[in-house]
Design a protein. Structure first.
Length: 148
């Protein structure tokens, strides 16, 4: 029995985004119950960018799973972000609020617009890799960080 397609794309999106921004790759897993992980923990977060660049990277990585899942399954991003993708959305929202307060000249909606622009570029450039990794993740349930 194959593992859930949506979860495989979701976790592959996170995993490839980590590599894309230069963060440490982590192992990825998908389980039969529809859960999975690939982004490690915030304690293990390390980006090649410093300061605000690392925060931007983390926003992209947090949202990459939801966007990859939405694209692969043709489901509404809005529906996904308020259902099982809520944790990812909450992390990204907290980071956007922090960025807005720290750099008060930019409104939250402006920051979200920039994050969405970067997300589109990421998906355009990395979709073939996300697709390949999701298929492998769905079949085996596990991808090591070395495979990424």
């Amino acid at each position: 029995m194959q593992l859930p397609l949506a979860v495989a794309y979701h976790e592959a999106g996170h995993a490839i985004a980590r590599v894309y921004v230069g963060a440490l790759a982590t192992d990825s897993r998908v389980f039969h119950d529809g859960s999975g992980y690939s982004d490690g923990t915030l304690e293990s977060w390390q980006s090649t960018n410093l300061g605000i660049g690392a925060i931007w990277d983390l926003v992209l990585v947090s949202m990459a799973g939801l966007h990859a899942e939405a694209r692969a399954t043709k489901r509404s991003f809005d529906t996904l972000q308020y259902s099982h993708g809520l944790k990812d959305y909450v992390v990204a929202t907290c980071l956007v609020i922090w960025l807005s307060r720290r750099y008060g000249k930019r409104a939250e909606n402006t920051i979200w617009a920039q994050a969405n622009k970067e997300r589109r570029v990421f998906l355009r450039n990395c979709w073939p890799t996300i697709d390949t990794m999701a298929i492998r993740l769905r079949k085996s349930g596990f991808l090591s960080r070395r495979e990424l």
